[in-house]
Write a protein that binds this ligand. Structure first.
Ligand code: ZN
Length: 506
């Protein structure tokens, strides 16, 4: 199929050409597990609707699609900027045919699609859908290394570019021995309303807030997906553009990628050991809530469409993130492998040889390289992560036993209530607004939980009174200290490091 497009403010006008017949707009976009129904953005269509996301069209047809999403998985078109993630804008007829797009603009255009005269083309829809397009009169291409570039309308520090280059070198050379030679583009944009990244085989799209500090981890996470997810993937993670697809292995695809994004910047000395250990301590702290006892790592992968991607502010009580627990399992795997003279780099090299993998492959490789019992980490609810880690790190809970209510707050709003905590027993729920404490109105709230609290709460406009009697904190904030021989090997030469979490729960 061919698409000729005019980019307008808020909309993209598309002239399509294919065979007379059915066109299908994808229901979801690969790389994120949520039904997007991008067809909802269509505002004009020359064709007969025959379903939610299907139309019958002539060999030539026109449609107008809204493009106002700041999400890097969708599309935005303004008077000076165009970004398209193709499956959110273009339909398909058959997967195995050539797809080409031509953009009616004089702006610079960046994409990994092949240039064929004035057209940008892919051999099939999967490749087309995996190749974003960015254009703007302000667009520039920043070179990181010969084959790695950043396409952006924003600025990035020189020191950041150098750091990124070091991390990319570590991944390409030390883990995968230069097996990928294609060019690679990071599509990067600052946004004060959106945050996230999405991987493609030859690029990634990253949108981050202006004050976001931890850029390197996000860039490395997306870059590592070039291998882990794009070249190495769970056997059951099949793309079906109109349906959900399930696997119990997203913790390998995402969680272990997150681990690599934490460890590579440490080993290249781009990030200090304290920062790395602070991040690990925070990740551990998020795993001290009741959700860890209720959902295994494999379950969290299976249920992502209905739980993780649709989580609400009770999520810490009901489930875990396979990014967070996956990161910690990656850390445990790496340490146990290092103790046996191997490392997680060897694990990924072995997985790379397989391409597609099952859980049995993952367990066999991991246990061959030194991991003791992977099943208990992956399939247990409440897996023994602290126990397994304490062999290598000194871990302690700094807030354990201190007076505790079990509340998280955003100013006066309750954002989380831990199950079975004093606040839960008192009857507080998420969304409650605290307007009075012990007879005093709460304007600037700095709630402490030291003594019994008599609270006046606004719930749905109704005033209610509750009394919270503090009990002992079960322990959420973690201090992690590392030293010794295995720590030194893990950090590649550091003698001692310490980090601590900073979760604010009272
Ligand atoms: Zn990811």
């Amino acid at each position: 199929m061919k698409f000729y497009i005019n980019s307008r403010n808020k909309y993209i006008e598309v002239f399509g050409e294919g065979k007379e017949g059915i066109i299908i707009f994808p229901t979801w976009v690969p790389g994120s597990y949520v039904i997007r129904d991008t067809e909802r953005y269509i505002v004009e269509m020359e064709g007969i609707r025959i379903g939610k996301n299907r139309f019958f069209v002539k060999d030539k047809f026109r449609y107008l699609i809204q493009a106002l999403s700041k999400d890097q998985r969708e599309a935005i078109s303004t008077s000076d900027y165009l970004f398209i993630n193709p499956p959110s804008v273009f339909p398909f007829q058959t997967i195995e045919e050539e797809y080409c797009v031509k953009i009616n603009t004089t702006w610079p255009i960046h994409t990994t699609l092949k240039k064929v005269e004035d057209w940008f083309c892919a051999d099939n829809y999967n490749e087309f859908a995996d190749s974003p397009i960015q254009a703007s009169p302000k667009l520039k291409l920043i070179e990181i290394a010969k084959k790695h570039k950043i396409s952006t309308i924003d600025e990035l520090d020189k020191s950041f570019i150098e750091s990124l280059g070091k991390c990319i070198f570590e991944i390409d050379q030390k883990i995968f021995s230069n097996s990928s030679t294609d060019e690679y583009i990071f599509f990067f944009r600052r946004s004060d309303t959106d945050f996230g990244g999405i991987e493609h085989e030859r690029s990634s799209s990253i949108v981050v807030s202006w004050n976001y500090k931890d850029l390197i981890r996000l860039f490395i996470h997306e870059y590592f997906h070039r291998y882990n997810v794009k070249k190495i993937k769970p056997k059951d993670l099949r793309i079906n553009y109109e349906d959900e697809t399930y696997t119990e292995l997203l913790w390998v695809a995402e969680g272990l990628t997150e681990y690599i994004a934490v460890i590579v910047p440490l080993r290249t000395r781009v990030v200090k050991v304290e920062e790395t250990l602070n991040y690990i301590a925070n990740t551990l702290a998020w795993l001290t809530f009741p959700g860890t006892k209720r959902m295994s790592l494999a379950e969290s992968s299976y249920t992502t469409w209905i739980k993780y991607y649709r989580r609400d502010n009770n999520f810490l009580n009901v489930g875990i993130s396979y990014y967070q627990l996956g990161l910690i399992v990656g850390l445990i795997m790496d340490l146990e492998m290092i103790e046996n003279g191997n490392s997680i780099y060897d694990f990924f090299r072995e997985l790379y040889k397989l391409g597609e993998y099952t859980y049995d492959n993952v367990r066999d490789i991991a246990e061959r390289l030194g991991v003791r019992n992977l099943d208990e980490l992956v399939f247990s609810r409440d897996p023994p992560i602290f126990n397994r880690l304490s062999r290598y790190f000194e871990l302690s809970f700094v807030d354990k036993g201190s007076p505790y209510c079990g509340l998280m707050l955003d100013n006066k709003k309750v954002t989380f209530v831990e199950d079975d905590s004093p606040a839960d027993k008192a009857g507080i729920i998420q969304g409650d607004e605290i307007i009075g404490i012990n007879g005093v109105s709460s304007n600037n709230l700095n709630l402490e939980c030291q003594v019994t609290l008599a609270l006046v709460i606004n719930r749905e406009g109704r005033l209610m009174e509750f009394t919270i009697t503090p009990s002992e904190n079960p322990g959420h904030n973690v201090v992690i200290k590392g030293n010794g021989e295995i720590f030194k090997k893990w950090s590649e030469g550091i003698e001692y490091g310490e980090g601590k979490s900073n979760i604010r729960i009272i």
